[in-house]
Design a protein around this ligand. Structure first.
Ligand SMILES: *Cc1c(COP(=O)(O)O)cnc(C)c1O
Length: 487
Protein backbone atom coordinates (compact mmCIF):
# COMPACT_ATOMS: atom_id res chain seq x y z
CA UNK A 1 0.00 0.00 0.00
CA UNK A 2 1.67 3.21 -1.12
CA UNK A 3 1.04 6.47 -2.91
CA UNK A 4 1.18 5.98 -6.69
CA UNK A 5 2.93 9.33 -7.11
CA UNK A 6 5.81 8.25 -4.92
CA UNK A 7 7.25 4.99 -6.22
CA UNK A 8 9.10 2.68 -3.90
CA UNK A 9 12.82 2.94 -4.30
CA UNK A 10 12.77 -0.60 -5.70
CA UNK A 11 10.36 0.52 -8.41
CA UNK A 12 12.69 3.38 -9.37
CA UNK A 13 15.50 0.92 -9.95
CA UNK A 14 17.07 0.72 -13.44
CA UNK A 15 19.52 -2.11 -14.03
CA UNK A 16 23.08 -0.81 -14.14
CA UNK A 17 22.33 2.68 -12.79
CA UNK A 18 24.64 3.67 -9.92
CA UNK A 19 24.75 6.39 -7.30
CA UNK A 20 28.53 6.48 -6.95
CA UNK A 21 31.62 6.70 -9.10
CA UNK A 22 34.81 4.86 -8.27
CA UNK A 23 38.14 4.84 -10.09
CA UNK A 24 38.97 1.93 -12.39
CA UNK A 25 40.23 -1.14 -10.54
CA UNK A 26 44.04 -0.95 -10.59
CA UNK A 27 44.81 -4.04 -8.51
CA UNK A 28 44.27 -7.69 -9.47
CA UNK A 29 40.65 -8.75 -9.04
CA UNK A 30 40.14 -11.41 -6.38
CA UNK A 31 37.55 -14.15 -6.74
CA UNK A 32 35.72 -14.32 -3.38
CA UNK A 33 35.18 -18.04 -3.89
CA UNK A 34 38.91 -18.53 -3.52
CA UNK A 35 39.05 -16.89 -0.07
CA UNK A 36 35.65 -17.46 1.58
CA UNK A 37 34.27 -20.80 2.79
CA UNK A 38 31.71 -22.13 0.29
CA UNK A 39 28.62 -21.91 2.58
CA UNK A 40 29.19 -18.17 3.04
CA UNK A 41 29.07 -17.39 -0.67
CA UNK A 42 25.80 -15.86 -1.92
CA UNK A 43 24.05 -18.07 -4.45
CA UNK A 44 21.74 -15.43 -5.92
CA UNK A 45 22.49 -11.75 -6.32
CA UNK A 46 21.04 -9.55 -3.59
CA UNK A 47 18.17 -7.45 -4.91
CA UNK A 48 19.22 -3.89 -4.23
CA UNK A 49 17.69 -0.86 -5.92
CA UNK A 50 19.91 0.69 -8.58
CA UNK A 51 19.38 4.46 -8.63
CA UNK A 52 21.38 7.66 -9.19
CA UNK A 53 22.51 9.88 -6.31
CA UNK A 54 20.06 12.69 -7.12
CA UNK A 55 17.12 10.27 -7.29
CA UNK A 56 17.99 8.75 -3.96
CA UNK A 57 18.30 12.21 -2.37
CA UNK A 58 14.88 13.20 -3.70
CA UNK A 59 13.40 9.92 -2.56
CA UNK A 60 14.52 10.32 1.05
CA UNK A 61 13.78 14.05 1.15
CA UNK A 62 10.22 13.29 -0.03
CA UNK A 63 9.85 10.61 2.65
CA UNK A 64 11.25 12.92 5.35
CA UNK A 65 8.56 15.51 4.55
CA UNK A 66 5.92 12.97 5.46
CA UNK A 67 7.44 12.39 8.85
CA UNK A 68 6.52 14.07 12.10
CA UNK A 69 9.25 15.64 14.18
CA UNK A 70 9.49 18.35 16.81
CA UNK A 71 11.17 20.61 14.25
CA UNK A 72 8.17 20.30 11.91
CA UNK A 73 5.18 20.25 14.26
CA UNK A 74 3.67 19.87 17.73
CA UNK A 75 4.41 16.46 19.20
CA UNK A 76 2.59 15.94 22.54
CA UNK A 77 3.85 12.44 23.26
CA UNK A 78 3.24 11.73 26.93
CA UNK A 79 6.14 10.41 29.02
CA UNK A 80 8.64 11.11 26.26
CA UNK A 81 9.33 14.86 26.59
CA UNK A 82 9.51 15.58 22.88
CA UNK A 83 10.80 19.10 23.35
CA UNK A 84 12.69 21.30 20.97
CA UNK A 85 16.43 20.62 20.74
CA UNK A 86 18.19 23.99 20.46
CA UNK A 87 20.45 24.13 17.41
CA UNK A 88 23.37 25.62 19.34
CA UNK A 89 23.74 22.13 20.84
CA UNK A 90 24.45 20.77 17.38
CA UNK A 91 27.02 23.46 16.65
CA UNK A 92 28.92 22.62 19.84
CA UNK A 93 28.72 18.86 19.26
CA UNK A 94 30.31 19.43 15.85
CA UNK A 95 33.35 21.38 17.08
CA UNK A 96 36.22 19.44 15.49
CA UNK A 97 38.05 19.29 18.83
CA UNK A 98 35.12 17.26 20.19
CA UNK A 99 33.86 15.50 17.08
CA UNK A 100 37.27 14.18 16.04
CA UNK A 101 38.65 12.84 19.32
CA UNK A 102 39.11 9.09 19.43
CA UNK A 103 38.03 7.14 22.51
CA UNK A 104 41.37 5.34 22.62
CA UNK A 105 43.41 8.56 22.71
CA UNK A 106 45.69 9.01 25.68
CA UNK A 107 44.10 10.81 28.63
CA UNK A 108 46.64 13.62 28.37
CA UNK A 109 45.43 14.50 24.84
CA UNK A 110 41.70 14.68 25.66
CA UNK A 111 41.73 16.88 28.75
CA UNK A 112 39.11 19.21 27.26
CA UNK A 113 36.67 16.38 26.52
CA UNK A 114 37.19 14.91 29.99
CA UNK A 115 36.66 18.35 31.55
CA UNK A 116 33.27 18.67 29.82
CA UNK A 117 32.26 15.20 31.01
CA UNK A 118 33.45 15.92 34.54
CA UNK A 119 31.68 19.30 34.64
CA UNK A 120 28.49 17.69 33.34
CA UNK A 121 28.69 15.12 36.17
CA UNK A 122 29.03 18.00 38.64
CA UNK A 123 26.03 19.85 37.19
CA UNK A 124 23.89 16.70 37.26
CA UNK A 125 25.00 16.01 40.84
CA UNK A 126 23.81 19.49 41.78
CA UNK A 127 20.52 19.12 39.87
CA UNK A 128 19.71 15.72 41.42
CA UNK A 129 21.19 16.31 44.88
CA UNK A 130 23.28 13.13 44.55
CA UNK A 131 27.01 13.24 45.39
CA UNK A 132 28.25 10.91 42.63
CA UNK A 133 27.19 10.60 38.98
CA UNK A 134 28.15 8.15 36.22
CA UNK A 135 27.51 9.13 32.61
CA UNK A 136 28.05 5.68 31.12
CA UNK A 137 24.49 4.29 30.62
CA UNK A 138 23.24 4.75 27.06
CA UNK A 139 19.54 5.23 27.79
CA UNK A 140 17.02 5.58 30.59
CA UNK A 141 16.33 1.87 30.86
CA UNK A 142 20.06 1.18 30.82
CA UNK A 143 20.46 3.67 33.70
CA UNK A 144 17.73 1.87 35.66
CA UNK A 145 19.50 -1.43 35.17
CA UNK A 146 22.90 0.05 36.08
CA UNK A 147 21.51 1.50 39.33
CA UNK A 148 19.81 -1.79 40.24
CA UNK A 149 23.06 -3.66 39.66
CA UNK A 150 24.78 -1.22 42.03
CA UNK A 151 22.03 -1.72 44.63
CA UNK A 152 22.38 -5.46 44.23
CA UNK A 153 26.17 -5.27 44.63
CA UNK A 154 25.67 -3.12 47.75
CA UNK A 155 23.35 -5.68 49.38
CA UNK A 156 25.67 -8.55 48.44
CA UNK A 157 28.70 -6.71 49.85
CA UNK A 158 26.78 -6.56 53.14
CA UNK A 159 26.14 -10.30 53.03
CA UNK A 160 22.48 -9.46 52.42
CA UNK A 161 21.75 -12.07 49.76
CA UNK A 162 18.06 -12.67 50.42
CA UNK A 163 16.90 -9.35 48.95
CA UNK A 164 15.35 -10.68 45.75
CA UNK A 165 12.39 -8.34 45.30
CA UNK A 166 12.02 -4.95 43.67
CA UNK A 167 8.76 -3.09 44.28
CA UNK A 168 7.30 -1.21 41.31
CA UNK A 169 4.07 0.81 41.48
CA UNK A 170 1.50 0.08 38.77
CA UNK A 171 1.83 3.71 37.62
CA UNK A 172 5.55 3.26 36.83
CA UNK A 173 7.06 3.52 33.38
CA UNK A 174 7.11 0.12 31.65
CA UNK A 175 10.89 0.00 31.62
CA UNK A 176 11.01 -0.23 35.45
CA UNK A 177 9.72 -3.80 35.84
CA UNK A 178 11.69 -4.81 32.73
CA UNK A 179 14.98 -3.45 34.16
CA UNK A 180 14.33 -5.13 37.51
CA UNK A 181 13.80 -8.45 35.75
CA UNK A 182 16.92 -8.10 33.62
CA UNK A 183 18.91 -7.24 36.78
CA UNK A 184 17.79 -10.60 38.21
CA UNK A 185 15.11 -9.45 40.66
CA UNK A 186 11.48 -10.51 41.06
CA UNK A 187 9.14 -7.55 40.59
CA UNK A 188 6.28 -6.96 42.97
CA UNK A 189 3.57 -4.54 41.82
CA UNK A 190 2.35 -1.91 44.27
CA UNK A 191 -1.17 -0.61 43.72
CA UNK A 192 -2.23 3.00 43.18
CA UNK A 193 -5.00 4.58 45.24
CA UNK A 194 -8.03 6.46 43.86
CA UNK A 195 -5.97 9.63 43.54
CA UNK A 196 -3.50 7.90 41.22
CA UNK A 197 -0.73 7.85 43.84
CA UNK A 198 1.09 4.93 45.47
CA UNK A 199 -1.18 3.21 48.00
CA UNK A 200 0.86 3.34 51.22
CA UNK A 201 -1.07 0.49 52.87
CA UNK A 202 -0.36 -1.75 49.91
CA UNK A 203 3.30 -0.70 50.03
CA UNK A 204 3.51 -1.48 53.76
CA UNK A 205 2.04 -4.92 53.22
CA UNK A 206 4.62 -5.76 50.52
CA UNK A 207 7.93 -4.62 52.01
CA UNK A 208 10.10 -6.91 54.10
CA UNK A 209 13.54 -8.37 54.62
CA UNK A 210 13.43 -9.57 50.99
CA UNK A 211 13.00 -6.01 49.61
CA UNK A 212 16.00 -4.87 47.57
CA UNK A 213 14.51 -1.57 46.40
CA UNK A 214 11.45 0.46 45.47
CA UNK A 215 11.52 2.04 42.00
CA UNK A 216 9.47 5.18 41.87
CA UNK A 217 8.64 7.15 38.73
CA UNK A 218 8.06 10.70 39.87
CA UNK A 219 6.05 12.46 38.66
CA UNK A 220 4.36 9.16 37.89
CA UNK A 221 3.05 8.28 34.43
CA UNK A 222 -0.27 9.93 35.27
CA UNK A 223 1.71 13.18 35.50
CA UNK A 224 1.07 13.33 39.25
CA UNK A 225 3.60 14.16 41.94
CA UNK A 226 3.95 11.47 44.58
CA UNK A 227 3.22 13.52 47.69
CA UNK A 228 3.98 10.86 50.26
CA UNK A 229 7.59 10.37 49.27
CA UNK A 230 9.06 10.97 52.71
CA UNK A 231 6.74 8.38 54.19
CA UNK A 232 7.58 5.90 51.42
CA UNK A 233 11.27 6.49 52.08
CA UNK A 234 10.73 5.69 55.73
CA UNK A 235 8.82 2.51 54.94
CA UNK A 236 11.41 1.18 52.47
CA UNK A 237 14.52 2.28 54.37
CA UNK A 238 12.91 0.90 57.52
CA UNK A 239 13.26 -2.64 56.16
CA UNK A 240 16.75 -2.04 54.75
CA UNK A 241 15.67 -1.51 51.12
CA UNK A 242 16.95 1.20 48.78
CA UNK A 243 14.97 3.89 46.98
CA UNK A 244 15.34 4.33 43.26
CA UNK A 245 14.04 7.45 41.49
CA UNK A 246 13.10 7.25 37.82
CA UNK A 247 13.96 10.83 36.87
CA UNK A 248 13.44 10.47 33.11
CA UNK A 249 10.77 13.14 33.41
CA UNK A 250 12.76 15.63 35.45
CA UNK A 251 11.21 18.35 33.29
CA UNK A 252 8.50 18.64 35.94
CA UNK A 253 10.68 19.07 39.03
CA UNK A 254 14.11 20.26 37.87
CA UNK A 255 15.42 23.18 39.94
CA UNK A 256 12.39 22.86 42.24
CA UNK A 257 12.96 19.60 44.10
CA UNK A 258 15.85 17.14 44.21
CA UNK A 259 15.62 13.35 44.53
CA UNK A 260 18.66 13.44 46.85
CA UNK A 261 16.83 15.72 49.27
CA UNK A 262 13.80 13.41 49.23
CA UNK A 263 15.88 10.53 50.58
CA UNK A 264 16.53 8.60 47.37
CA UNK A 265 19.63 6.44 47.02
CA UNK A 266 19.83 6.38 43.22
CA UNK A 267 18.30 8.29 40.32
CA UNK A 268 18.59 8.18 36.56
CA UNK A 269 18.02 11.06 34.17
CA UNK A 270 17.35 11.04 30.45
CA UNK A 271 19.64 13.55 28.77
CA UNK A 272 17.71 12.87 25.55
CA UNK A 273 14.50 14.09 27.20
CA UNK A 274 14.89 16.82 29.82
CA UNK A 275 18.31 17.95 28.60
CA UNK A 276 17.49 18.30 24.87
CA UNK A 277 19.50 15.50 23.30
CA UNK A 278 17.82 14.62 20.01
CA UNK A 279 15.51 11.74 20.70
CA UNK A 280 13.99 10.35 17.52
CA UNK A 281 14.70 7.28 15.48
CA UNK A 282 16.22 5.32 18.32
CA UNK A 283 19.39 7.39 18.07
CA UNK A 284 22.00 7.49 20.80
CA UNK A 285 20.62 8.40 24.21
CA UNK A 286 22.16 8.95 27.60
CA UNK A 287 20.86 7.85 30.99
CA UNK A 288 23.28 9.07 33.68
CA UNK A 289 22.85 7.71 37.19
CA UNK A 290 23.37 9.65 40.42
CA UNK A 291 23.93 7.79 43.69
CA UNK A 292 24.67 8.36 47.38
CA UNK A 293 28.20 8.09 48.83
CA UNK A 294 27.27 4.62 50.07
CA UNK A 295 26.49 3.32 46.57
CA UNK A 296 29.30 5.27 44.86
CA UNK A 297 31.78 2.48 45.62
CA UNK A 298 29.91 0.29 43.12
CA UNK A 299 29.84 2.74 40.19
CA UNK A 300 30.75 1.54 36.71
CA UNK A 301 34.41 2.10 35.91
CA UNK A 302 36.32 3.99 34.74
CA UNK A 303 35.15 6.98 36.76
CA UNK A 304 35.85 10.36 35.21
CA UNK A 305 37.62 12.15 38.07
CA UNK A 306 39.72 15.22 38.77
CA UNK A 307 43.13 14.82 40.43
CA UNK A 308 44.71 18.17 41.23
CA UNK A 309 44.35 20.05 37.94
CA UNK A 310 44.20 16.99 35.63
CA UNK A 311 41.17 14.97 34.52
CA UNK A 312 41.64 11.23 34.73
CA UNK A 313 39.89 7.97 33.92
CA UNK A 314 40.02 6.18 37.26
CA UNK A 315 40.01 2.38 36.98
CA UNK A 316 40.87 1.86 40.63
CA UNK A 317 37.32 1.07 41.81
CA UNK A 318 37.64 -2.33 43.51
CA UNK A 319 33.90 -2.89 44.15
CA UNK A 320 32.75 -1.52 40.76
CA UNK A 321 30.01 -3.43 38.93
CA UNK A 322 32.32 -3.07 35.91
CA UNK A 323 31.92 -1.23 32.65
CA UNK A 324 28.34 -0.92 31.33
CA UNK A 325 29.12 0.74 27.99
CA UNK A 326 32.01 0.55 25.54
CA UNK A 327 34.35 3.49 26.14
CA UNK A 328 32.67 6.22 28.24
CA UNK A 329 29.06 6.46 27.02
CA UNK A 330 27.54 8.64 24.30
CA UNK A 331 29.82 11.66 24.40
CA UNK A 332 27.90 13.53 21.66
CA UNK A 333 24.84 13.61 23.89
CA UNK A 334 26.89 14.89 26.86
CA UNK A 335 27.95 17.86 24.74
CA UNK A 336 24.35 18.71 23.88
CA UNK A 337 23.17 18.39 27.48
CA UNK A 338 26.15 20.39 28.74
CA UNK A 339 25.49 23.17 26.23
CA UNK A 340 21.83 23.23 27.25
CA UNK A 341 22.58 23.44 30.98
CA UNK A 342 25.20 26.16 30.47
CA UNK A 343 23.06 28.26 28.09
CA UNK A 344 19.96 28.00 30.31
CA UNK A 345 21.65 28.59 33.64
CA UNK A 346 19.93 27.85 36.97
CA UNK A 347 17.15 30.42 36.41
CA UNK A 348 16.53 29.14 32.90
CA UNK A 349 16.19 25.57 34.10
CA UNK A 350 13.74 26.68 36.78
CA UNK A 351 11.69 28.51 34.12
CA UNK A 352 11.64 25.32 32.02
CA UNK A 353 9.99 23.44 34.88
CA UNK A 354 7.50 26.21 35.56
CA UNK A 355 6.40 26.54 31.92
CA UNK A 356 6.26 22.77 31.39
CA UNK A 357 3.89 22.46 34.35
CA UNK A 358 1.89 25.60 33.48
CA UNK A 359 1.40 24.50 29.86
CA UNK A 360 0.19 21.05 30.89
CA UNK A 361 -2.27 22.44 33.44
CA UNK A 362 -3.56 25.05 31.00
CA UNK A 363 -4.24 22.41 28.37
CA UNK A 364 -5.76 20.01 30.90
CA UNK A 365 -8.23 22.59 32.22
CA UNK A 366 -9.28 23.73 28.75
CA UNK A 367 -9.90 20.14 27.61
CA UNK A 368 -11.60 19.03 30.83
CA UNK A 369 -15.14 19.95 29.66
CA UNK A 370 -14.81 17.83 26.51
CA UNK A 371 -13.13 14.64 27.74
CA UNK A 372 -13.16 12.68 30.98
CA UNK A 373 -10.38 13.58 33.39
CA UNK A 374 -9.84 10.62 35.73
CA UNK A 375 -7.50 12.49 38.11
CA UNK A 376 -8.59 16.03 38.72
CA UNK A 377 -5.80 17.46 40.89
CA UNK A 378 -3.15 19.73 39.34
CA UNK A 379 -0.81 17.81 37.11
CA UNK A 380 2.92 18.22 36.61
CA UNK A 381 4.39 18.10 33.08
CA UNK A 382 1.72 15.83 31.58
CA UNK A 383 -1.86 14.72 32.12
CA UNK A 384 -4.06 11.81 31.17
CA UNK A 385 -7.51 12.13 29.61
CA UNK A 386 -9.94 9.28 29.16
CA UNK A 387 -11.95 8.77 25.98
CA UNK A 388 -14.59 6.65 27.76
CA UNK A 389 -17.32 9.26 27.07
CA UNK A 390 -16.54 9.08 23.34
CA UNK A 391 -16.33 5.28 23.47
CA UNK A 392 -19.99 5.18 24.50
CA UNK A 393 -20.73 6.92 21.19
CA UNK A 394 -18.79 4.28 19.28
CA UNK A 395 -15.55 6.21 18.80
CA UNK A 396 -12.36 4.93 20.34
CA UNK A 397 -9.28 6.81 21.49
CA UNK A 398 -7.36 5.20 18.63
CA UNK A 399 -9.82 6.83 16.17
CA UNK A 400 -9.33 10.25 17.77
CA UNK A 401 -5.56 9.84 17.65
CA UNK A 402 -5.78 9.04 13.94
CA UNK A 403 -8.06 12.04 13.39
CA UNK A 404 -5.42 14.32 14.93
CA UNK A 405 -3.15 13.41 12.00
CA UNK A 406 -5.62 15.20 9.71
CA UNK A 407 -4.97 18.37 11.70
CA UNK A 408 -1.22 17.92 11.24
CA UNK A 409 -0.45 16.78 14.78
CA UNK A 410 1.48 13.80 15.99
CA UNK A 411 -0.97 12.04 18.33
CA UNK A 412 -0.28 11.76 22.05
CA UNK A 413 0.57 8.45 23.71
CA UNK A 414 -2.62 6.36 23.86
CA UNK A 415 -3.87 3.43 25.96
CA UNK A 416 -1.23 4.18 28.58
CA UNK A 417 -1.07 4.05 31.54
CA UNK A 418 -3.01 0.81 31.52
CA UNK A 419 -5.22 1.69 34.48
CA UNK A 420 -6.96 4.47 32.51
CA UNK A 421 -9.73 3.35 30.18
CA UNK A 422 -9.18 4.69 26.62
CA UNK A 423 -6.31 6.82 27.92
CA UNK A 424 -4.61 9.72 26.17
CA UNK A 425 -1.41 10.91 27.78
CA UNK A 426 -0.51 14.44 26.74
CA UNK A 427 2.75 16.30 27.42
CA UNK A 428 2.93 19.73 25.77
CA UNK A 429 6.42 20.68 27.13
CA UNK A 430 7.65 24.18 27.90
CA UNK A 431 8.92 24.99 24.44
CA UNK A 432 5.50 25.56 22.80
CA UNK A 433 3.88 28.98 22.45
CA UNK A 434 0.38 29.72 23.72
CA UNK A 435 -0.78 29.95 20.08
CA UNK A 436 0.44 26.41 19.41
CA UNK A 437 -1.20 25.09 22.58
CA UNK A 438 -4.47 26.83 21.65
CA UNK A 439 -4.43 25.46 18.10
CA UNK A 440 -4.00 21.91 19.41
CA UNK A 441 -6.75 22.44 21.99
CA UNK A 442 -9.10 23.69 19.25
CA UNK A 443 -8.35 20.57 17.17
CA UNK A 444 -9.14 18.34 20.16
CA UNK A 445 -12.39 20.23 20.82
CA UNK A 446 -13.40 19.93 17.19
CA UNK A 447 -12.76 16.18 17.29
CA UNK A 448 -14.89 15.88 20.45
CA UNK A 449 -17.71 17.66 18.57
CA UNK A 450 -17.30 15.47 15.52
CA UNK A 451 -17.67 12.41 17.72
CA UNK A 452 -21.15 13.67 18.67
CA UNK A 453 -22.21 15.03 15.29
CA UNK A 454 -20.39 12.99 12.65
CA UNK A 455 -18.57 10.05 14.27
CA UNK A 456 -17.83 8.43 10.92
CA UNK A 457 -15.28 11.10 10.02
CA UNK A 458 -13.35 10.21 13.15
CA UNK A 459 -13.79 6.45 12.88
CA UNK A 460 -12.42 6.47 9.33
CA UNK A 461 -9.53 8.89 9.93
CA UNK A 462 -6.96 9.76 8.80
CA UNK A 463 -8.18 11.24 5.51
CA UNK A 464 -5.33 13.54 4.53
CA UNK A 465 -2.24 11.40 5.05
CA UNK A 466 -0.45 9.54 2.28
CA UNK A 467 -1.37 6.23 3.85
CA UNK A 468 -4.69 5.64 5.59
CA UNK A 469 -5.38 3.41 8.57
CA UNK A 470 -2.61 0.88 8.97
CA UNK A 471 -2.76 -2.54 10.51
CA UNK A 472 -1.04 -1.64 13.80
CA UNK A 473 0.72 -4.94 14.30
CA UNK A 474 1.22 -6.51 10.87
CA UNK A 475 4.65 -4.96 10.25
CA UNK A 476 5.92 -6.42 13.52
CA UNK A 477 4.28 -9.80 13.06
CA UNK A 478 4.99 -10.23 9.35
CA UNK A 479 8.04 -8.16 8.48
CA UNK A 480 8.82 -7.88 4.77
CA UNK A 481 12.31 -9.31 4.54
CA UNK A 482 12.65 -9.24 0.79
CA UNK A 483 10.87 -6.96 -1.64
CA UNK A 484 8.98 -8.58 -4.46
CA UNK A 485 6.66 -6.85 -6.90
CA UNK A 486 3.72 -8.87 -5.59
CA UNK A 487 4.21 -7.97 -1.91
C1 LIG B 1 11.46 7.37 28.66
C2 LIG B 1 11.35 6.87 30.02
C3 LIG B 1 12.15 5.80 30.44
C4 LIG B 1 13.05 4.99 29.53
O1 LIG B 1 14.04 5.74 28.89
P1 LIG B 1 14.74 5.16 27.57
O2 LIG B 1 15.83 6.13 27.28
O3 LIG B 1 13.68 5.12 26.52
O4 LIG B 1 15.25 3.79 27.89
C5 LIG B 1 12.04 5.41 31.76
N1 LIG B 1 11.19 6.02 32.60
C6 LIG B 1 10.42 7.05 32.21
C7 LIG B 1 9.50 7.68 33.22
C8 LIG B 1 10.46 7.52 30.92
O5 LIG B 1 9.67 8.52 30.53
Amino acid sequence: MHNENQPLIFEMSKAGRVGYSLPELDVPEVDVASILPQPLIRQVDVELPEVAELDIMRHYTALSRRNHGVDSGFYPLGSCTMKYNPKINEAVARFPGFARVHPLQDESTVQGALEVAYDLQEHLAEITGMPAVTLQPAAGAHGEWTALMMIRAFHEANGDTERTKVLVPDSAHGTNPASATVAGFDTVTVKSNDNGLVDLEDLRSKVGSDTAALMLTNPNTLGLFEEDILEMAEIVHGVGGKLYYDGANLNAVMSKARPGDMGFDAVHLNLHKTFTGPHGGGGPGSGPVGVTEELAAFMPKPIIAKKEDRYVLDYDVPQSIGRVKPYYGNFGIYLRAYTYIRTMGPDGLKAVTEYAVLNANYMMRRLEPYFDLPYTQHCKHEFVLSGRRQKKLGVRTLDMAKRLLDFGYHPPTIYFPLNVEEGMMIEPTETESKETLDAFIEAMIQIAKEVEENPKIVQEAPHTTVIGRLDETKAARKPVLRYTKEA
